[in-house]
Design a protein. Sequence first.
Length: 134
Amino acid sequence: MKFPYQKVPIIGQQSIALPLINILLGEEKISTVCLIDSGATYSFFHANLGEILGLNIKKGIEIVAGGVAGAGFIAYLHKAIPIELSGNECFINIAFSYELGTPYNLLGQYNFFQKFRVCFDLRKEEMDIIPKFD
């Protein structure tokens, strides 16, 4: 499945293309925008989405995560959260955080990249995402 990068405005620049996709989250199929982040160890989502799903966020496994700037933040890992991408459904682990310092939810290595093969093509500003369900 090919997905175009999405152009977003950046201060001091006209815009930048990012690998953003829309997924459906949970049994409720909440539509949310995610940045596919090959540098993220886990998938990190804003805590308010977990609350909408009815999760007690702080009952998850507490982890301290860090970004490229080195500042740590607390997130709570919840297992087997259903997601859907273009009709392909699977379960991934998501760390929900009240401190996520990005406007986007992040789809990361464990375990979005275990469920999907992702090929980035910045030159064409598109990505190919192939389900690889076991």
